[in-house]
Write a protein that binds this ligand. Structure first.
Ligand SMILES: Nc1ncnc2c1ncn2[C@@H]1O[C@H](COP(=O)(O)OP(=O)(O)OP(=O)(O)O)[C@@H](O)[C@H]1O
Ligand SMILES: [Mg+2]
Length: 245
């Protein structure tokens, strides 16, 4: 890939679960400062790819490079410390913590000082525009949209250079998805981040990404500008049966 510096490089990654080949020789690059969309039907390997990048799983074959460094097989906390943060497809409720406390736990990755971590959390919560009156609420008291914003804030509080978002817009209403896309664009430009967005909602992906990578049955089957990819016959075939936008 020419152009910007490659911040993430996945090379020939294969991951099996018993007889299931979740990722089959996947190679892709992400340039610094890009927002790349990662799409594909259910079970195509998107979350597994995030798990292989963040150290949740070790690939059976292939390597993962972050800023030129081989990070294959590192533990999740080591990967986080190097500057990769993620949100989880399944919302992880934090019932007994407040919003501010939950975001503060993210910031504790970089400091032992709770006071300093809280300061970082406040900055991030201000950046994403979550109203101050929500900060004292418990996880059990907030809406799904607020949970998504807190997940995003918690990831940002770890001080990443690369952010992996796994279906962060899922379950939200269209106007909430639009608001979330605006927040993501804001943090992207404010923090100079690189972002990979996994999402089924094509409108959401298209509003954020200039380049989309398509996975199908663990393989990369297409890559390019969203409009081009959306009209690619292989992609259309892979998507038959997936709900249209
Ligand atoms: N921990 C696991 N154990 C066994 N099989 C797994 C595991 N994780 C993923 N798989 C399988 O690997 C394949 C890819 O799953 P993955 O969750 O990565 O897909 P996905 O593209 O994220 O799908 P979705 O859009 O539904 O989230 C699927 O067949 C899935 O059942
Ligand atoms: Mg998934």
């Amino acid at each position: 890939m020419s152009g910007p510096e490659v911040i993430l490089r996945v090379e020939n990654v294969t991951k099996r679960f018993g007889g299931v080949v979740a990722l089959n020789d996947v190679t892709l690059s992400v340039g610094r400062g890009e927002i790349v969309g990662l799409i594909g039907p259910n079970g195509s390997g998107k979350t597994t790819l995030f798990n292989c990048i963040t150290g949740v799983y070790k690939p059976d074959r292939g390597r993962v490079f972050f800023m030129g460094r081989d990070i294959t097989g590192l533990q999740p906390h080591e990967v986080a410390k190097l500057g990769i943060a993620r949100t989880w497809q399944k919302v992880r409720p934090f019932r007994n913590l407040t919003v501010l406390e939950a975001v503060t736990t993210g910031a504790l990755l970089r400091t032992d000082s709770v006071e300093e971590a809280r300061k970082t959390a406040v900055e991030v919560l201000e950046l994403i525009g979550l109203p101050r009156e929500e900060w004292g609420r418990l996880g059990s008291e907030i809406t799904l949209m607020e949970h998504k914003l807190v997940d995003l804030a918690r990831a940002l509080a770890t001080g990443p250079q690369l952010l992996l978002l796994d279906e962060i817009a899922a379950g939200l209403r269209p106007h909430e998805q639009e608001r979330l896309a605006e927040v993501i664009k804001k943090v992207w430009s404010d923090r100079g981040l690189t972002i990979v967005v996994v999402e089924h909602v094509m409108r959401f992906v298209m509003s954020l990404s200039k380049r989309v990578v398509v996975l199908h049955e663990g393989r990369v089957i297409a890559e390019g500008p969203p409009e081009e990819v959306a009209s690619n016959p292989r992609v259309i075939e892979a998507y038959l049966g997936i709900k249209p936008v």
